[in-house]
Design a protein around this ligand. Structure first.
Ligand SMILES: Nc1ncnc2c1ncn2[C@@H]1O[C@H](COP(=O)(O)OP(=O)(O)OP(=O)(O)O)[C@@H](O)[C@H]1O
Ligand SMILES: [Mg+2]
Length: 144
């Protein structure tokens, strides 16, 4: 499935709509160049899941965890990982990433997932690619 967005807010809105289709245990791999819109998409997904906190990029913290308090939903946790500055996947293991990946009450989003392929082996994932497109504010988002 391919979607074209024409602004950051359109990408966020796309994330918001996508969030309605997600289930606990889902792992979303967000690939794409610097500035492709990965974090913008995560912001939309988080908003759609009812998270009110501001979503900041976990470039230095590697992983941000948000609690979801919605009695109607089985999803309790939302995890945002950014491996851009990761040197070794052991760093992520040390901060407990394996407690979250694929857990039935948790949705995980991962920017730069290609750096932690080993951690993802055998896990069912949803791959999302974001690309710059013809115009400066245009992005092509593909889900496979
Ligand atoms: N259609 C669009 N969708 C998303 N962002 C857009 C779009 N058009 C322009 N932008 C701009 O591109 C930038 C996207 O930033 P964002 O942090 O979401 O990207 P990223 O892929 O997470 O980057 P990084 O690799 O640095 O983490 C923002 O400055 C945003 O305003
Ligand atoms: Mg980002």
């Amino acid at each position: 499935m391919i979607t074209i967005t024409k602004s950051q807010s359109e990408t966020e809105l796309f994330g918001k709509k996508l969030s309605a289709k997600l289930k606990g245990g889902d792992i979303l791999l967000l690939s794409g160049d610097l500035g492709a819109g990965k974090t913008s998409l995560v912001k939309g997904i988080a908003a759609g899941l009812g998270i009110k906190n501001e979503i900041t990029s976990p470039t230095f913290t590697l992983m941000n965890l948000y609690e979801i308090r919605n009695p109607k939903s089985k999803i309790r946790k939302f995890v945002h990982i950014d491996t851009y500055r990761l040197k070794d996947e052991k760093e992520l293991i040390e901060i407990g990433v394996e407690d979250y990946l694929g857990q039935p009450d948790t949705i995980c989003t991962i920017e730069w997932p290609e750096k932690i392929e080993n951690l993802l082996t055998g896990k069912k994932v949803i791959a999302i690619n974001l690309e710059h497109d013809e115009k400066p504010h245009q992005r092509k988002i593909s889900i496979s």
